[in-house]
Design a protein around this ligand. Sequence first.
Ligand code: SAM
Length: 223
Amino acid sequence: MDDDELAVRLRNDRYPRSAGYSARWLVDAAMGPNPLWQAEALADFEPDENLVRIAEAGLEDRVHPVFAEAHALPYAGGFFDAFDSIGAYHYFGTDDLYLGYCANFVKPGGQLGIVQPGPTEEYEELPPPHLESYWKWDFCAWHSAAWWRRHWEKTGLVTVEHADRLPHSWQDWLQWNEACDLANGMPGREEARMLHADGGRTLGLTRVVARRKAESSREEVTG
Ligand SMILES: C[S@@+](CC[C@H](N)C(=O)[O-])C[C@H]1O[C@@H](n2cnc3c(N)ncnc32)[C@H](O)[C@@H]1O
């Protein structure tokens, strides 16, 4: 598939800011549902700080990639105005205590936002019968918006301002996977087939935005 066709396949009016990026450049680094679309979905809730606006403003040189284990981040407490995780928080953030660890890096009153795969509601049965043939054991870390809201609120460290299943997210996820699969010469891969089989019944992307409470001190957060 040539670059123009790929760009057409990845045209999505829901994410106009992401359209400024080369489709080929994005697909070449694909690791999960389109990370820019997810970032743009979070940006609706972040007036001050977000990567898309920083890039649009030509400030890429001020965004510094760091390779680090999520439990050993090399920053001082209160260093950041905001914390975002795109398509990754479920790998480490289901630990009851992780929010306290990462919220410590955000200034009191600062925002935290995450987007990652999740079901509409918690499954009663795992694997869910209609997805059994596609199920991988680590999908057990995919959770609903209500689950994440409770998971964060029970710490008392943040105020959850928004928790939802991102509208149209299963279609966006599928659009992205189908374009990546075609671009990589492997149409019809398993994840796209799973999304087709689910047909939006349960799967999508879960979005959560919260604000660190002003009164939560470093001692309370870190123990
Ligand atoms: C599915 S990929 C998505 C990455 C990004 N959103 C994208 O689409 O390019 C999940 C990411 O989570 C990271 N990750 C998982 N567990 C981690 C951990 N314990 N510490 C740091 N990163 C972790 C992986 O390295 C990977 O980059």
